[in-house]
Design a protein around this ligand. Structure first.
Ligand SMILES: [Mn+2]
Length: 468
């Protein structure tokens, strides 16, 4: 084999790992350990005795990138992925060109062993997308004999901060490659709070950003060449980031990711959700939120490799699912006991302080998913036509029964709150049936909950107070 050094990873001490790209015989990469004094772009020959020898020639880095670009474009699959849901497939066909470009970018980085940092939101949607990318990339790397350098980071916040950018620069500083590193962002960050992070990273990394959150004005990511958001293509948040990422992967891989697609739709309460992926969704929610319960104390990050180890172990995943369901049931029972109820004209209002019932050390269940489940549970218990307000930290989450939200639009209550309390409210968003308000300080929670309750009661008719 004759190859070119495309990437070098500097280990601790003096050890270096060389990633060698063979362009003569298809496009494969190899890993070689040792203290070869080689630089990027150096051509090497594989020795019969093993290892590599310097061939004494060099290849221009630009030339190598050009060859890799051509090779990656030629591997993009022409046909668009079809799910069978006409609405989804229509949006997919509009995005195909953009998704192909992102797919080509990802596989080019893989071909040159450049570091790829994947940051994904820690819910069923974000982690489902990351898991789909992991399986697709693993399959692609195996079938093309590539050595890749993926780094997976689970994102707890909703923005890509300056600190995130600094951390990504630091961890990829160990690599010296012919190509820039790649940052892949899945299911978060479409807001101006990400602008600082984007400013720091955009000249040092290529960036592929896959999201489905409503686009906020002044968000700097819109300028990025590989920012893709379903809202730009006539879609909305129902087309989830996990689905978007899975569909993008279909441009270079045929690996079945339908479970993750279904899980992402269920996890984000998409209108496109079916029964498909229900267990995967519950499992991903649990695995990504209560890391301590699964992996022991001090565990902060979870990678798709770890998710895969659980998913592919039937006994372990069944056991975890049962445990997760039991924990959810407990939290719902406690929630039902702790809510405050108000009767309105032809409707109900339920208010819950989630901090009171959620255990301190555990992040499970996630508040958004919990609020939706609690609303379903109230309905099952005969409390129909309910508006639910759940306060947690500096957030007020709202959910309305589907029948009732045809008559009462939650965005009206949110707008009213923003108008009345511009100094207290940092932001908010959602739609007719579900939404959230972010407060500037969590200490405002009680006062703002009371105001929101007042607005809803005024809107839906102040019946004789029947508080209990
Ligand atoms: Mn999402």
């Amino acid at each position: 084999m004759r190859g070119i050094v495309s990437c070098i990873k500097n280990g601790s001490g003096r050890d270096r790992t060389y990633f060698i790209t063979d362009v003569s015989d298809g496009f494969v990469t190899q890993e070689a350990l040792g203290n070869l004094p080689l630089a990027i772009g150096r051509a090497v020959e594989k020795k019969e005795s093993g290892g590599f020898a310097d061939s004494g020639t060099e290849v221009d880095g630009e030339e190598l990138k050009r060859i890799a670009s051509k090779a990656s474009s030629s591997l993009i699959r022409k046909e668009a992925y079809v799910t069978g849901n006409a609405d989804i497939d229509r949006i997919t066909s509009r995005m195909k060109g953009r998704l192909d470009e992102i797919a080509a970018l990802i596989i080019r980085k893989m071909m040159l062993s450049a570091p790829i940092v994947v940051r994904f939101h820690n819910d069923a949607d974000g982690s489902g997308g990351a898991y789909a990318l992991y399986l697709s990339a693993r399959d692609f790397a195996l079938s093309h004999s590539l050595k890749t350098n993926f780094l997976w980071i689970m994102q707890r916040g909703v923005s890509y901060s300056g600190q995130d950018a600094e951390s990504d620069i630091l961890i990829t500083n160990n690599y010296e490659c012919v190509e820039k590193p790649l940052l892949v962002v899945i299911d978060f960050g479409t807001n101006p709070e990400s602008n600082q992070g984007i400013g720091k990273i955009k000249d040092r990394f290529d960036i592929a950003w896959l999201d489905h959150h409503p686009i906020v004005p002044d968000f700097a990511g819109l300028e990025l060449p590989n920012y893709v958001n379903t809202w730009q293509f006539g879609g909305d948040s129902n087309y989830t980031a996990g689905l978007l990422t899975s569909v993008m992967c279909k441009s270079f891989s045929e690996v079945d990711t339908s479970e993750m697609e279904g899980a992402s739709l269920i996890g984000d309460y998409s209108d496109y959700a079916t029964e498909k992926g229900a267990d995967m969704s519950a499992l991903l929610d649990f695995v990504t939120s209560d890391l301590q319960a699964i992996y022991g104390p001090g565990k902060m990050n979870v990678t798709p490799q770890e998710i895969d180890a659980i998913v592919t172990n039937k006994d372990r995943s069944r056991e975890l699912l049962e445990y997760a369901n039991m924990r959810m049931e407990e939290a719902l029972d406690n929630g039902i006991k702790s809510i405050r109820k108000y009767s309105l004209r032809g409707a109900n209002l339920a208010v819950l302080d989630f901090e009171e019932i959620r255990s301190e050390d555990s992040k499970y269940p996630l508040p958004g998913r919990y609020a939706s489940k609690l609303l379903d549970r109230l309905d099952e218990k005969g409390m129909k036509r309910t508006v639910l307000v759940v306060s947690v930290g500096s957030y007020l989450l709202m959910r309305i029964d589907k029948g009732l939200c045809a008559e009462f639009d939650l965005t009206r209550a949110m707008d009213e709150m923003k108008n009345r309390y511009p100094d207290e409210i940092a932001g908010g968003g959602g739609h007719r049936c579900a939404g959230s308000i972010k407060l500037k300080f969590k200490e405002l929670s009680r006062q703002m909950t009371a105001s929101l309750v007042g607005i809803i009661r005024a809107e839906l008719g102040p019946k004789e107070a029947a508080e209990d």
